[in-house]
Design a protein around this ligand. Structure first.
Ligand code: MF3
Ligand code: CO
Ligand code: CO
Length: 251
């Protein structure tokens, strides 16, 4: 597994791509509401990404038919926007934006609450957010990949939730998906040693029920097998000597 160390120049290009993706997700955040269809979210992402001189990395990726993934309620990830899927009060929906600018990709997602949530929905969203934060908190030069999975898994368990094992984070740079695979479960002090200049995503998918998932017949939409809620948050991070830079966080 050859994991790239980005030069300062490459880091700067990645930083810009990540900022553009974060700004586009921010544009979605401001407009999302009950009554909006996920196809409208797709249109916003296409328009905003183009206005920033970037390209939606996900559009056409292995044939993915949209510019953004919209994953609602029991959808774990890779939900396809649709004009017939209208957001309703009490829904949770993850919006995952990946943008390519000047040859580099930035990738982030957030699970949004539509109106007032049930306590269960609020809990899984809160735990997913804290799991991402817990993963980010252990990243630094010299730490190991297993430290990230261990931190996420122990928090999720403590909160009565489970961690999806079938999908993980990924290295990112000149391609959207690169080495290493970043598992959201694992054992501390095992796996690849992180080095300053590596860039990857952390994107835990946290379920209220069991961790098992299945893919619908559209061959993209991933849902929980038991139909229980799932939430996810994602950032692109750059490893530094004493921590990491969260490149997709708006400053
Ligand atoms: N942005 C997603 C991720 O976090 C990639 C989804 S691939 C797609 O890795 F083709 F479904 F868009
Ligand atoms: Co990703
Ligand atoms: Co993503």
């Amino acid at each position: 597994m050859a994991v790239e160390i980005l030069s300062p120049r490459e880091q700067d290009k990645l930083r810009r791509a990540c900022l553009v993706a974060a700004q586009t997700l921010d544009c979605v955040r401001r407009k999302l509401a009950a009554g909006i269809s996920t196809a409208e979210v797709d249109r916003w992402v296409r328009e905003d990404t183009a206005a920033r001189g970037a390209r939606p990395s996900q559009l056409g990726y292995h044939g993915f038919p949209a510019a953004v993934c919209t994953s609602r309620n029991a959808v774990v990830c890779h939900g396809i926007p649709s004009s017939t899927e209208v957001l309703r009060d009490g829904d949770i929906v993850n919006v995952d934006v990946t943008s390519e600018l000047d040859g580099f990709h930035g990738d982030l997602s957030e699970t949004f609450a539509i109106g007032a949530l049930s306590p269960e929905a609020a809990h899984v969203v809160d735990v997913a957010k804290r799991c991402l934060d817990a993963g980010i908190a252990v990243v630094r030069d010299g730490a190991r990949l297993g430290d990230i999975g261990a931190a996420i898994e122990s928090l999720a368990r403590r909160e009565g939730c489970s961690v999806v094992r079938d999908f993980g984070g990924h290295g990112i740079g000149r391609r959207m998906h690169m080495d290493p695979h970043v598992s959201h479960t694992g054992v501390a002090n095992t796996g690849l040693r992180l080095r300053a200049g590596m860039a990857f995503t952390i994107e835990p998918m946290i379920n209220l029920g069991a961790p098992a998932v299945r893919v619908l017949s559209d061959r993209w939409t991933v849902v929980t097998e038991d139909g229980a809620l799932s939430a996810q948050f994602e950032h692109t991070v750059l490893v530094t000597r004493d921590g990491c830079e969260v490149l997709t966080r708006l400053r």
